[in-house]
Design a protein around this ligand. Structure first.
Ligand code: G3H
Length: 541
């Protein structure tokens, strides 16, 4: 295979970068947020490397973006202690605050966050290589998520503002916080996915320790002051460092009540096991997935190809919801591959800020080698790279490789590649595909492409007990954020959506009494005198 010409001009020279997207120089971050104060970390720092390289006279040079604090366990524990104090066994100002007031704090944060859009978007591009359009989308979607969460909480509160009467028992039911939440997000959506747990946790009255993802860390820095100024001291604490050093200590302390984590099931299991009180700990987990796309013989092939290309390759396949294996009926597989490759060839490789750039460098160290290993394994076992330039690399860039025919003995059949490798498995008997799903360790989503009702209908029934979402003639995805997002087996614990997340981070408490005149009079007086924040019929508009 000769090296593709586009690789020669892939990485820019420093002067080629448009001024609006240049960085002013390395950012040395020493700040971390504990107990309402931005502290300066005097110790070791972790270097932050960009997936972007610059072409120079001496070859490609990786851009160093700066550094972030490598806190030790003792310092990480000061953040947890601050959160524990702010929660104060449920008696703190934050967990006892009226809902309307807590909403006010989150609104204040959102207003400050919006002012940082440009800074955060720029860092998303430089730190994880997400293209401009998707980086902007991630930021805006996160702001929308916060607004939707506020509205969902108002709705929830309105429904809780009435008394129920059942079997002569009068009751008022409200959702109240659980305690201290530890929130950790993934590198592929370092802002959005983290905030989909962080914001519901906060708004329900929990206090939080937040540790940014392994990559996409500096982009939280522009928000630190907004966090500090928008919430009472100790309500939100932001720490940095190696998970092994910091998070292990937090979990082992036994003081974490809710563990919100998006990452691998192995890391989640290791961390959960450290907690000494398993029944105290609640978990909201988004984990590994190997979502299959299943192409039936009677299908709108153009639509299937369009959806499969974006499903498998948007953000270079680095989405938990990406289509990670395609089962294509042998009657249409050749045509499918031809159309798939044509569409793939139209995706432009480039730097994240370049107009139309769809394929960008990968941020994880060692990822290109890992993907090359997956491809080599498949090729050694009989697959071919069937697209032009497939698998070509330059430094952190890996041009998508379409592998065909993939079979069950290849690593890529089971392993979650989380990158631009597209395994295509031909099938003639649907049983092979059904068994794959039934036997899989994962159960997040799948996509079915076909147009025969008599075929699709029963397949929906077959898969309904296997995955959290079945997409018909569409790629897998999380959105709209009002829909449930979950998974079975090793893919998730709990369900997230705007509506569900408020429930995940809270518990219902019921105040009940016999419907006797004396009790009714007591309740009426409490309401009239506004003696309680819980017992109230105030209506939140
Ligand atoms: O990485 C997993 C994300 O939740 C996927 O979200 O389907 O909107 O890209 P998305």
């Amino acid at each position: 295979m000769t090296t593709a010409a586009f690789l020669d001009s892939l990485f820019p020279r420093a002067t080629d970068i448009p001024p609006a997207y240049r960085l002013d120089g390395p950012i040395e971050q020493r700040e971390y947020l504990v107990d309402g104060t931005l502290h300066t970390w005097p110790g070791a720092l972790a270097q932050v490397r960009s997936p972007v390289y610059l072409a120079g006279e001496h070859g490609d040079e990786q851009v160093i973006l700066g550094s972030t604090p490598l806190l030790d366990a003792t310092t990480a524990l000061t953040a947890l202690d601050a959160a524990v104090r702010a929660y104060d066994r449920g008696q703190g100002a934050w967990p006892t605050m009226r809902v309307a007031e807590r909403i006010g704090h989150v609104q204040a944060f959102l207003a400050r966050m919006r002012q940082q859009r440009e800074a955060v978007v720029k860092l998303l591009m430089w730190e994880i290589g997400k293209n401009l359009k998707d980086s902007e989308k991630e930021f805006d979607r996160t702001c929308d998520y916060i607004t939707d969460t506020i509205n969902a909480l108002k709705e929830l509160d309105r429904r809780s503002s009435r008394f129920e009467l059942e079997q002569d028992t009068l009751g008022q039911i409200r959702r109240v916080p659980l305690g201290v939440a530890l929130c950790m997000g993934p590198y592929n959506y370092p802002l959005n996915e983290t905030f989909t747990t962080l914001i519901p946790a906060l708004i329900m009255g929990n206090t939080v320790v937040f540790k940014p993802a392994k990559l996409g860390v500096l982009l939280i820095r522009p928000l630190l002051e907004a966090f500090r100024d928008s919430f009472p001291a100790g309500v939100i604490n932001v720490i940095y460092g190696s998970g092994r050093e910091t998070v292990s200590a937090l979990m082992a302390s036994g003081k974490v009540d809710i563990f919100a984590f998006i990452g691998t099931n192995k890391a989640a299991s290791d961390l959960k096991k450290l907690h000494p009180r398993p029944h105290r700990l609640r978990a909201a987990l988004g984990l590994d997935a190997k979502n299959p796309g299943i192409v039936l013989p009677d299908v709108d092939l153009d639509n299937a190809v369009n959806e499969a290309v974006t499903g498998a390759l948007s953000f270079n396949g680095q989405r938990c919801t990406a289509l990670k294996i395609l089962f294509v009926h042998e009657r249409v597989v050749e045509q499918f591959i031809e159309k798939f490759n044509r569409k793939l060839a139209s995706l432009a490789p480039g730097m994240p800020w370049e107009t139309g750039a769809a394929l960008t460098p990968l941020p994880e160290a060692g990822k290109v080698d890992y993907l090359q290993g997956l491809v080599a394994d498949a090729v050694a076992k009989g697959a071919r790279v069937v697209n032009e330039n497939g698998g070509q690399t330059r430094a952190s860039f890996f041009y998508p490789a379409v592998l065909y025919p993939v079979s069950r003995d290849m690593r890529v059949y089971q392993e979650e590649q989380f990158g631009p490798v597209v395994p295509i498995v031909p099938y003639s008997d649907l049983r092979t595909v059904i068994d794959y799903v039934l036997e899989s360790d994962f159960g997040q989503q799948l996509s079915l492409f076909g147009n025969q009702a008599s075929e699709i209908g029963p397949l929906v029934d077959t898969f309904a007990n296997q995955v959290g979402r079945i997409n018909l003639n569409a790629q897998c995805q999380r959105g709209p954020d009002t829909y449930p997002f979950n998974g079975r087996k090793n893919s998730a614990e709990g369900t997230l959506s705007v509506h569900d997340a408020l429930r995940v981070f809270s518990i219902r408490t019921l105040v009940a009494t016999k419907a006797l005149d004396g009790n009714k009079a007591l309740l009426s007086e409490i309401l009239r005198n506004r003696d309680s924040s819980f017992l109230t019929t105030d209506y939140l508009f």
